[in-house]
Write a protein that binds this ligand. Sequence first.
Ligand code: MEV
Length: 321
Amino acid sequence: MPKFSEAVAPSQAFLYGEHAVLYGSPALAMSVDIKTRARITEVEDKIIEIKSDKFSQGLKWRYDRERPEESPLFPLASGLMDLMRRYEFNRGLMVEISSEVPVSSGMASSASTSAAISAAFLSLIGEKPEKSLLLDIVYDFERRIHGKASKTGPACAVLGGLVWVEWRDERMEVSRIDPKRDLSIAISCSGLPSETKKLVSMVSKKYNEMRDVMERIISAISIVTLEGRRAIESGDLVRAGELMNINHGLLSAMGVSNHVLDDIAWMMRKFGAYGAKLSGAGGGGCVIGLSDDPEMLAKNLSASYLSFAAKVSLEGAKVIK
Ligand code: MEV
């Protein structure tokens, strides 16, 4: 039987602070119990093969002689190659990815996939990394995939729970916080792709063109995020929801919402969500609604948009085989 290892990692819902976190603001996100699984099998030749149930075409090449083709799986392949070099692994690998996380949805499917792959690879070679090392590895993958990125998605995928990201001395620090009450959300997908790299550079262009305006929006998001943390830690979901609504408005002002995302957010509020906002880079992807009854909220939205309920994943990336 060839040597193999398998790991799972959760995804993310951004409660407060996306985009602004790339400009020095804090962020608060929830690790979501919708997961990616990666199975890695050692193979004889110097072949790497990556297959994912999210893409019809896989990627396969001999890494001692060829470069992998351009493919949506290419950034994962190059992250994996980096990891192999770092640990002086020079045999072949077959990577099989299966994921419940919609791609380009703002749910950090890339961080969830990178965390599952990294955890499975390290277990295959007999390493038991500290969480902080795994987080750094997944953050490397994330920057390779998106260019500019925060540690929020990697932290949700690696640590689990509610993740707080803040800047100290020009460095992003990550910790977990405890909500006073259990948090549950409904997630509705717009059906439009959320292209993180494109949106991050669009916001950066706007920042350079209208620095005064953008700095005020970012500073308002920063206050909303700090207040949102307080509301969640004290169990005040009404206030937490109201702050999510404000955060959505500020993201609209930044130019990353659109009429579909606004429509979903308004439907969620109409159907009783404490609050609703786009999650992640925007431009498409998902909207999240904070609710005591996320199944009912998702059911109400599901005639128009693919919708489901989600809970906090208390566990981060984990080796299962
Ligand atoms: C993307 O999910 C959220 C952004 O803030 C980028 C990041 O935090 O890495 C736009």
